[in-house]
Write a protein of this length. Sequence first.
Length: 198
Amino acid sequence: MADLLDEAVARFRALESYFATLHSVGRGGDRQVVHYFYRTPGWVRIECVDPHRGAVLIYDPAARKVRLWTFGLGWGFGFAPALSLAPDNPLVRSPRGHTVDRSDVGALFENLQALRAGGSFAALGAATVAGEPAVGFEVAGAAGVIVGGAHRNRVWLAPDTLFPRRVENFDEADELVETVDLVDAELDVDLPERFFAP
């Protein structure tokens, strides 16, 4: 029988697109809020809310490039200058080193599967996360194994869709590194191609 992670992966692979507002808090208390849009086969659009309000990043999976508009797409002049950058460019990496091309829920699930291989998996049961029902599991890597900046992850999913509500990342010393809440998630939303190619 498939475990909760396998079921969540299967449901994610059936999705065409999703939207969520991501609230992340790092170990040092640094906070980030973004509107996150994803469309297969790997298009990503991130609209920054805090910090860098108004900045927009769009990742093109075919070109493997990130376009960055530091002042947003409107700018009031009918055009907005954009930078074209590699996904690992420091200008578009998160404070914890995450890159845009590996920022979607599918990449998260791949990281969790890699940790579980040779590591451990434990179901956590039902809970309430940010006032919403959730079902959770925990994945830990084998000794010395760190994937995506984490040695252990605690993940809470929406019970009906198995889409993540909260992800907690821990280092090998078992200290909390980052908590990410995915709020107001919408699955299989209509995101036209031009939304990723303004």
